[in-house]
Structure formats: C-alpha cells, structure tokens
Write a protein that binds this ligand. Structure first.
Ligand SMILES: C[S@@+](CC[C@H](N)C(=O)[O-])C[C@H]1O[C@@H](n2cnc3c(N)ncnc32)[C@H](O)[C@@H]1O
Length: 258
C-alpha cells in the first residue's frame, strides 16, 4: 500500500462529499449505484453469501448486496474516517448484514478461507504489491470462491508525461489489463478473465460531467464552482487518456479451485 494515502487529499471530507455528489449516495467509484446494480446482477449472489469488499469506502456496495441479496458483507478499508462513516450509515439505515473494519487488506486479521466472494471496486489501484495482494485474496477465499474486481489500468503503448504524472501524483499502481490477468493467475486462480470496459467508463464519465454541471453551485446541495471546475477538468482529462488508449478500465474475475 502507498503510505501516502493517509495524507492524500483524495479522500478528505471535502473530496468525499464531492465524489458522492457525482457518483451517488454512499459511493466513491465509477458509476456508483448503476454499475453496482449491473455487476451484482451477474455475480450469482445468494442470501448468506459471505462477501469481502476490499476498499469498501463509505459502504455503497456492501449496503446494496446486503439489502438486495441478503449477503453477509465484511468491508475492509484502510482509511479510518471512511470506515466510521460506513458503520454509522449502516446503523442509521438499519442494515444488519454488514460490518466495516479498518485496516490494510494486506495485513488485516481475517479468517483464512472465510469468504465466498472477494469484491473490490476501484481500490486495488492503490496497492503496489500485487503479488502479495492476490496471494492474500486467494488465502481468504473458501475453495471454489470467486473474485470480482473493477480497476483502472493502462494501455500497452507509450504513456504521455501528463498521464504518468497523474498516476504518480495520485499514488496509483496501474498496469495493462493483460498483466493484471497474469498476476491473478500466478496466485493460483483459475478461469481468470479480464474485460476491457473502457468504453463504458467513458460513457459514465461523460454522464458524470453532465451531472456535475447540472448541480446547484453551492457546497450544501451541490458543488462549489471550484469543485465543479476541478471535477470537469479531471474527468475530461481521463476521457482524453482513454481515447488515446493510455488509460483503461477493466473488470477482472477468477475462481479459486474447489
Ligand atoms: C476509489 S475508493 C472506492 C471505494 C468503494 N470501493 C466504492 O466503490 O465506493 C478506493 C478505496 O480503497 C481504499 N484502500 C486503498 N488502499 C487500501 C488497502 N491497502 N486496504 C484497504 N483499503 C484500501 C481507500 O481508502 C478507498 O476507500
């Protein structure tokens, strides 16, 4: 994990408020409730499915999986303020089947083979040591258990200085989709699939820009003009990097042998 995530302004109170206005209530990642609904529909979730949500943020996916499918969800997130928000919201929304733990997924104490599904939305980009990460996820899954990950990736061609500066400044550790797939397989997973979802990502970014521009210009109900400018310029750059095949967004799925 990049130690600097604790000092980074990316998940400050202001930033979380800003993200949530764009992604949707309880979400800090691409597509918010919409992508979560579509992804979960394909995961064969059942009442009692034991889910580990890695980098659970402020809880949106965990709430959804518990409410809609009756899953039992453990969220782990390295940032204590986000874990506190998630636990408070679970209590105020009356959602019993979720719990949120503060910790680094590489180190948090959890039962081996204790989960049926490891699920993670746009969080693994923060973790440098992918070999250790995928070995850890493998050991946490029950035999026959599955992983679903959405994550940022890079293209396979040359990357511009502007894009590599962005990766460095955000503290991300990105690789091509194909490399990601090989790293998952190297941990012992089978049926490993990496899907390029960049077109969907760009469509969502465009809609999120429209949403940002349509919100009232105040920090109480909408976005301050500075927040709106920041989001629109950051999202526009991401669209440009995707169009030039430097930036990718992928879905990764795999299974631990039974
Ligand atoms: C872009 S946010 C996504 C949050 C949530 N998955 C969502 O979709 O709303 C990435 C999250 O990963 C968490 N994270 C980063 N490194 C982590 C680590 N090593 N262990 C656990 N969580 C981590 C961050 O604190 C942050 O909440």
């Amino acid at each position: 994990m990049s130690a600097s995530i604790h000092e980074s302004p990316q998940y400050s109170e202001r930033s979380v408020r800003r993200y949530e206005r764009i992604f949707g209530e309880d979400f800090l990642s691409t597509g918010g409730p919409e992508t979560t609904h579509d992804i979960c529909a394909g995961l064969n979730l059942q009442p009692g499915t034991r889910v580990l949500d890695v980098g659970s943020g402020i809880g949106g996916s965990a709430f959804y999986m518990s409410r809609e499918f009756g899953c039992v969800v453990t969220g782990v997130d390295v940032l204590a303020p986000l874990v506190e928000i998630a636990n408070n919201r679970a209590a105020s929304k009356g959602i019993a089947g979720v719990r949120f733990l503060q910790g680094d997924i590489l180190e948090t104490d959890m039962p081996e083979c204790g989960f049926d599904l490891v699920y993670s939305r746009d969080a693994m980009l923060h973790i440098e040591d992918k070999e250790r990460l995928f070995n850890r996820l493998f050991s946490l899954l029950a035999p026959g258990g599955r992983i679903f990950i959405s994550d940022y990736a890079t293209g396979t061609g040359l990357l511009s200085t502007e894009f590599t500066d962005y990766i460095r400044d955000t503290g991300y550790f990105l690789r091509p989709i194909e490399t990601y797939v090989s790293e998952i397989a190297a941990a012992g997973f089978v049926d490993v699939k990496g899907e390029d979802k960049t077109n969907l990502f760009v469509d969502i970014l465009k809609r999120e820009i429209e949403r940002a521009e349509s919100l009232p210009p105040n920090a109480e109900e909408g976005l301050s003009p500075e927040d709106c400018d920041y989001l629109v310029s950051r999202w526009t750059k991401k669209i440009g990097w995707c169009n030039s095949e430097q930036m990718k967004w992928g879905y990764f799925q795999a299974r631990k042998p039974a």
